[in-house]
Design a protein around this ligand. Structure first.
Ligand code: KDG
Ligand code: MG
Length: 405
């Protein structure tokens, strides 16, 4: 029997924040779900799907996951880039979901079966001041997390991306017609960060896994200096130290420090990371399933990375949907060189739309045993939360010059 795609629908919904979801329906009534969310560019990827991929999807053989991936990647003149790759990623996830449902198996079984019992998760702790940050870490530990990314305010700066001045979570995008502008001062950050991270380590003891994210803000020299000053803090990694598109910058950072380096949440294909991996300029590659063109492509990136003892640590922020999280967990359970999965967590409203089967317990994640990816989308609930314009902030230095993300 040929199982063809009969319908392809794109749903944009905003239960606390925007998500783009692809729904594929097959001739025998199976439904597959894919996440296509690109934070702040949701409508662009929705249009890419609706206007350019959906017409070619309807009527295709739903069983041909790899051929469909190749068709939309290799067959398209304008390849790569976050919008196109997220659209392909959604198609790929939805097709794996369908294949799992047709087989009556969770996707991780189709990927070769479990190589571990569960996946270590890390979450975020933030506080403007050290005591507030330590309170946030304590809350996360009480929730069971064994690994925590720690971020704080910086003396002299009014705002720092991702860190609220008042205790509580943060949303990595503002609301409204355009991005909020923040001011950034690298010197102030570099004066503050080593002492802050050392104080956190002293307060939490040696066992808690600590991570820190620099959001691509440093030059290689600054990053090398920071890394060297943090070597006794025993960080699991220092993330995104330099602007991500220049792979050669990491070479200079490596010459100055042995602090483990992670990068890749803005990458879309192996071509963004092949030098980083083959020259072993990084320890962890952080691409998200959705932004890396889906399970099919990220699986190949990870296989390439395995050869060089580079490990995967997929991006898992609140600004990609639980469908992406589920796909990441199936891939993570079946892939030997996955080290850790980011789990930032979601506003409870998100689960009114996305009904998930994956589990988080005691600081570990598991995708669950439901056939396919194990996520259902309540379309009626989704319709109650229409798209709302929202953007990540932009940063300028103190003299007003635009600063890298
Ligand atoms: O959309 C951007 C966020 O996903 C990103 O800023 C979060 O850096 C992040 C992380 O490590 O989760
Ligand atoms: Mg990050």
């Amino acid at each position: 029997m040929t199982r063809t795609i009969t319908h392809a629908d794109v749903i944009v919904t905003s239960p606390s924040r925007n998500f783009v979801t692809l729904k594929l329906t097959t001739s025998d009534g199976l439904v597959g779900w894919g996440d296509a969310t690109v934070n702040g560019r949701e409508l662009a990827v929705a249009s890419y799907l609706r206007d350019h991929l959906v017409p070619a999807l309807v009527g295709r053989d739903a069983e041909k996951i790899e051929d469909t991936w190749q068709y939309f990647y290799r067959g398209v003149y304008w390849r790569r880039g976050p919008i196109g790759m997220a659209a392909i990623g959604a198609v790929d996830m939805a097709l794996w979901d369908i294949k799992g449902k047709a087989a009556g198996m969770p996707v991780y079984q189709l990927l070769g079966g479990a190589v571990r019992d569960k996946i270590l998760a890390y979450t975020h702790a933030t506080g403007w001041t050290l005591p507030e940050l330590l309170d946030s870490v304590a809350v996360r530990r009480a929730e069971g997390f064994r690994a925590v990314r720690v971020q704080s305010g910086v003396p002299g700066l009014d705002t720092v991306y991702g860190v609220s001045r008042t205790p509580g979570g943060y949303e990595p995008a503002g609301r409204g017609a355009g991005p909020v502008e923040e001011r950034w001062d690298t010197s102030a950050y570099l004066r503050h960060a080593p002492e802050l991270l050392r104080s956190v380590r002293e307060a939490v003891g040696p066992e808690l896994t600590l991570l820190h994210d620099v959001h691509h803000r440093l030059t290689p020299t600054e990053a090398g200096r920071l890394g060297r000053s943090l070597e006794d803090v025993d960080l699991f990694w220092l993330e995104d130290v330099t602007p991500a598109e220049n792979q050669t910058l990491l070479r200079a950072v490596r010459q100055h420090t042995t602090v483990p380096l992670a990068i890749g949440e803005v990458f879309n294909t192996i071509w963004d990371a092949h030098e980083l991996i083959s020259e072993r300029l990084i320890d962890y590659i952080r691409m998200a399933v959705v932004h890396a063109g889906g399970i099919s492509h990220l699986r190949k990136v990870l296989a390439f990375a395995e050869v060089y003892q580079v490990k995967g640590a997929p991006h898992g922020p609140s600004d990609v949907s639980p469908i992406n999280m589920a796909a990441s967990l199936h891939l993570g359970l079946a892939t030997t060189n996955i080290a850790i999965q980011e789990h930032m967590g979601y506003d409870p409203l998100v689960f009114e739309v996305f009904h998930v089967g994956y589990q988080l317990a005691d600081g570990y994640l598991h995708p669950g045993e439901a056939p396919g990816l194990g996520v259902d989308v309540d379309e009626k609930a989704a319709a109650h939360f229409p798209y709302r314009q929202a953007y990540l902030p932009v940063a300028r230095t103190l003299d007003g010059t635009m600063k890298d993300w």
